[in-house]
Design a binder for this molecule. Structure first.
Ligand SMILES: Cc1ncc(C[n+]2csc(CCOP(=O)(O)OP(=O)(O)O)c2C)c(N)n1
Ligand SMILES: [Mg+2]
Length: 285
C-alpha cells in the first residue's frame, strides 16, 4: 500500500474522530479525550509506518506490531483499524454492546487487527517489550510500537519494562507517549508528576525524540529516526491536546471518559463534519 500524503492522513484522522464520536454516543460510554489526542499518531502509524500489515492474515509473523497500552482509547484505535480495512465500519456500531464483540478496551480475540488486549494501565508496554525480545531471539525484523498515556507513566511497571528494554538493547521497540498533560481526573502534574520525561527516559537508556503529536511531518520523521536508532529502544514524546478536534473537549479533563449528551453530540458532529467537508473539498495535490 502506498503511503498517504498529509492531506489524506488528515482525512483519515478526522473521519476517525467522527466514527469515534458515533461509537461513544451510540452506547453512552467511552473515552474520547485520549482517543482524539492520539488520532493523528494512529493514522500515521497504520497508514504510513507499520510494515507488512495483512488484513487477511492478521497474525502473519513478519508484521509490525502495535500495542495500545492505554487500552481505553479504542474510539481512536478501532476507527483507524476499520479504515485500514481490518473490519467493516458498520461493526463500530456495536461498540460496548453486551451482545457485540467491540469491547470498550482493546481486545485481541474478537477485534481484527488488535495485537494485544489491554486496559489495565502499565501492562501493555511490558507485553510490547516481550514481543520485541521475541523478535530479537527469533531473528525476525518486525518492529513493535506501543502507545502510552502520560498518566499511565505513574504505573511502576512501565519503568520495569523500560529497564528490560534497554538491558536487552531493543532497538526494534518504539514507545510513543501521548503527552496531553491530563489523566482521568485532572492534570498529570497534579495527580502524579512525571516530568522531566526526556531526562527520565534517557536515564533509563532510551533514545528520546520530542515532537508535536498533531504535526504529520514531525510524526513521520520521528518514526523514521526511530528506525535508524541502534542498540537501544526509542521513545517519542508527543505533545498533544486532549480532546483535539472538538472545541469544548480540548484541554478539558472532564472529557476523559464521558459520553456527550444529545446537544453536545450535535455540536461535536457539526465541528468535525465541517472540517471533513473542507478537507474533502480541497485539492490534495
Ligand atoms: C491499572 C489501572 N488503574 C487505573 C485505571 C483507570 N484509568 C483509566 S484511564 C486513566 C487515566 C489515564 O491517563 P493517561 O494515561 O494520561 O491517558 P489519556 O490522557 O491518553 O487518556 C485511569 C487512571 C486503569 N485503567 N488501570
Ligand atoms: Mg494523558
Amino acid at each position: 500500500m502506498n503511503p498517504l500524503n498529509k492531506h489524506d492522513l488528515e482525512i483519515v484522522a478526522t473521519k476517525g474522530r467522527l466514527l469515534g464520536l458515533d461509537m461513544v454516543f451510540g452506547c453512552a460510554s467511552g473515552h474520547l479525550g485520549g482517543s482524539y489526542s492520539s488520532m493523528d499518531i494512529l493514522a500515521t502509524l497504520y497508514f504510513n509506518v507499520m510494515r507488512n500489515l495483512n488484513t487477511e492474515d492478521t497474525t502473519a509473523n513478519n508484521r509490525d506490531r502495535f500495542v495500545m497500552s492505554k487500552g481505553h482509547c479504542t474510539p481512536g484505535l478501532y476507527p483507524v483499524l476499520a479504515q485500514r480495512g481490518f473490519f467493516l465500519e458498520d461493526a463500530l456500531e456495536t461498540f460496548r454492546h453486551v451482545d457485540g464483540h467491540m469491547s470498550g478496551h482493546a481486545e485481541m480475540c474478537h477485534v481484527s487487527g488488535v495485537d494485544m488486549s489491554t486496559g489495565s494501565l502499565g501492562q501493555g508496554f511490558s507485553v510490547a517489550v516481550g514481543m520485541a525480545m521475541a523478535g530479537k531471539m527469533s531473528n525476525e525484523d518486525y518492529r513493535v510500537y506501543a502507545l502510552l498515556g502520560d498518566g499511565e507513566l505513574a504505573e511502576g511497571q512501565i519503568w520495569e519494562a523500560c529497564m528490560s528494554a534497554s538491558k536487552y538493547k531493543l532497538d526494534n521497540l518504539c514507545a510513543i507517549v501521548d503527552v496531553n498533560g491530563l489523566q482521568i481526573d485532572g492534570k498529570t502534574s497534579d495527580v502524579m508528576p512525571t516530568e522531566p520525561l526526556d531526562k527520565k527516559f534517557e536515564a533509563f537508556g532510551f533514545h528520546v525524540l520530542k515532537i508535536d503529536g498533531h504535526n504529520y511531518d514531525e510524526i513521520e520523521a520521528a518514526f523514521e529516526k526511530a528506525k535508524e536508532n541502534k542498540n537501544a529502544p526509542t521513545v517519542i514524546l508527543a505533545n498533544t491536546v486532549k480532546g483535539k478536534g472538538v472545541s469544548f473537549m480540548e484541554h478539558n479533563p472532564g472529557w476523559h471518559g464521558k459520553p456527550p449528551n444529545e446537544e453536545q453530540y450535535k455540536q461535536a458532529r457539526e465541528e468535525i463534519l465541517a472540517k471533513l467537508t473542507a478537507l474533502e473539498g480541497q485539492n490534495n495535490g
